[in-house]
Design a protein around this ligand. Structure first.
Ligand SMILES: Nc1ncnc2c1ncn2[C@@H]1O[C@H](COP(=O)(O)OP(=O)(O)O)[C@@H](O)[C@H]1O
Ligand SMILES: [Mg+2]
Length: 245
């Protein structure tokens, strides 16, 4: 096991001729967590879909746990323990909670751990226990997000990427996700948390990267730097306002 879990170097990607990522580089050590923030449309989802093999990069390199995964298939990447929980509602409406969780355990390495992973999922998200036989279409917005996160955990991640888990949730429901996400961090899983809700992000990570027009333009290590909450907010809104005006 290497100390370095993920290294991304000069990553470029986009959609056809439309380039979204213009050379993104960052790394993450085992057990570390990072937060990505930045306004809508600046390439956060594209970055993590590229890292998880759903979009092909046009330049750059991705190394996971010492292996070059730049050209690996998305299935092979999940098998290695890099698991990406997509943005938005991706649940099949007529499947039950239990069926979705079992589907999450599709990687070979997690199949033998189905029982213990189900126990872990239900202990981190007790609300799902009572809903185990319910169809996804009957779940509330908060329960759906819990199920998305729990399904990611079923795949035995070493690195779990959560793309905007609070999207569309009320402040109260967002708050309900803080404890389970910090439980996931404390269980030894490295986490990349993508959020537009900076307040939420600040509760969960020490290292923050700002993605601005497909480039990382700010790196903040809150442990070693005295960066105030206010300064981070200004950084974020500076970019958001420039982008939207
Ligand atoms: N499937 C797609 N086809 C073409 N353009 C896309 C597609 N998905 C996203 N984009 C564009 O790529 C840019 C970055 O989007 P995205 O990665 O979703 O940003 P974010 O997650 O930061 O909101 C946006 O301009 C968006 O319109
Ligand atoms: Mg996005």
């Amino acid at each position: 096991m290497t100390e370095e879990l993920l290294r991304v170097e000069g990553l470029e990607a986009g959609y056809g001729a439309y380039k979204v990522l213009h050379g993104v580089s960052f790394d993450l050590s085992n057990g570390q967590n990072i937060g990505f923030f930045g306004p809508n449309g600046h390439g956060k989802t594209t970055l993590f879909e590229t890292i998880s093999g759903l979009i092909r990069q046009t330049a750059g390199k991705i190394i996971f746990d010492g292996t070059d995964i730049t050209n690996a298939s998305s299935d092979a990447i999940v098998e290695m323990g890099l698991v990406h929980v997509a943005q938005g509602n991706t649940l099949f409406p007529d499947m039950t909670v239990m069926e979705v969780l079992q589907l999450g355990a599709f990687p070979k390495r997690s199949r033998q751990k189905l029982r213990s992973n189900l126990d872990r999922a239900f202990s981190i998200f007790p609300r799902l226990t009572a809903r185990r036989s319910s169809k996804c279409k009957t779940l509330s917005g908060g329960e759906r997000q819990m199920l998305n996160l729990a399904t990611g955990l079923m795949a035995c991640p070493r690195l779990l990427i959560l793309d905007e888990p609070t999207l569309g949730l009320s402040p109260r429901l967002k708050e309900e996700l803080v404890r389970p996400i910090s439980d996931i961090e404390n269980s030894g899983v490295s986490l990349i948390l993508v959020e537009q809700d900076l307040e939420f992000l600040l509760l969960l990570v020490q290292r923050l990267l700002l993605l601005n027009h497909g480039r990382i333009t700010k790196r903040i290590d809150r442990q070693s730097e005295q960066v105030s909450h206010q300064e981070i907010m200004e950084e974020y809104f500076g970019v958001a306002v420039t982008h939207e005006s």
